[in-house]
Design a binder for this molecule. Structure first.
Ligand code: SF4
Length: 198
């Protein structure tokens, strides 16, 4: 019988092995603004990540709202996001990228999950709980929660900090590949440790 913590570590190890040890890249400091903008653009969409087409932060900060809207039109909520993106680009151009969750969450369009995704991309300890992380943590039995923020708290208690920013990346891949709405437990490398499958 494995403990919850052993199960969580086993799940991470097996998933990284199963999906080919894809290495998560930590963003370079000078590219962090792209991470912030891409994360805001991707919020509430099904898109993986949204490419940031502006060559520099200054270009984006000086862009007109209608130019930004034209570029991001295929994305959901594009009018609202264009406003956020321009405000954020101008703030970052003046003050730099905020370095803490509280500071990040003061940016327009940045909630807790988005802030955690940005912190993870910076290589800082944070668990970004989206629908995939919430679903898989509960299916595995690592969490017993209704809300993503509760899942984040339970996972933070369960795992040492050095693992926090590894969870979102690999659980999202797993959630899109095998642990979908109708999960493929028959071929999943976690089936013997998963509460849902047993
Ligand atoms: S065994 Fe099934 S429910 Fe559990 S993690 Fe794998 S695919 Fe998801």
């Amino acid at each position: 019988m494995v403990t919850k913590q052993e199960k969580a570590l086993l799940a991470l190890t097996r998933l990284y092995r199963y999906y080919g040890k894809r290495k998560r890249l930590v963003a370079q400091q000078h590219e962090l603004w792209k991470v912030v903008i891409a994360t805001i653009l991707s919020a509430r969409t099904r898109d993986e990540t949204t490419a940031v087409v502006w060559p520099s932060l200054t270009d984006l900060a000086r862009a007109k709202p209608r130019e930004v809207m034209k570029v991001i039109r295929p994305i959901g909520f594009y009018r609202q996001k264009a406003r956020y993106v321009l405000e954020v680009a101008r703030l970052i151009a003046e003050q730099g990228v905020p370095q803490t969750r509280d500071q990040l969450m003061k940016l327009p369009g940045v909630g807790r999950k988005t802030a955690n995704i940005i912190l993870s991309a910076m290589g800082k300890p944070a668990i970004a709980v989206d629908t995939h992380v919430h679903k898989i943590a509960n299916r595995l039995g690592l969490a017993d929660t209704r809300k993503p923020v509760e899942t984040e708290t339970q996972l933070m208690k369960l795992l040492p900090k050095r693992y926090w920013n590894k969870i979102n990346y690999i659980f999202v891949i797993h959630g899109k590949t095998l642990c979908k709405r109708k999960p493929r437990c028959d071929v999943c490398p976690l089936h013997d440790i998963c509460d849902f499958a047993s």
